[in-house]
Unconditional design. Structure first.
Length: 92
């Protein structure tokens, strides 16, 4: 029952999420899945750079929307290691 309540709560909260219309573009040259994948992979380095240089961004705006977001997510979680490194059991 707790799992069902947690899933229902997650669905209700995610239903409120939206992206600003000016943040999505279908024009040629707009960052899509592959750029999102790359930006997700280099996120740690871009984030550190953004602390020192205001011209460095960790997320491209405008982008192609869902496909860019999916690539960004995969880049952070899969290519960037994500939680894999912390989930490995350490030998004593």
């Amino acid at each position: 029952m707790r799992y069902l309540a947690a899933i229902l709560l997650a669905l209700v909260l995610s239903a409120c999420a939206s992206q600003v219309d000016t943040g999505v573009s279908e024009a040629a040259g707009t960052p899509g899945f592959w750029w999102g994948l790359w930006h997700g992979f280099v996120f740690p380095f871009a984030w550190i750079g953004s602390l020192f240089d205001p011209d460095i961004a960790v997320y491209a705006v405008p982008n192609s929307g869902g496909w860019y977001d999916f690539g960004f997510f995969l880049g952070i979680t899969v290519l960037g290691g994500g939680s894999w490194f912390s989930s490995k059991s350490r030998s004593k």
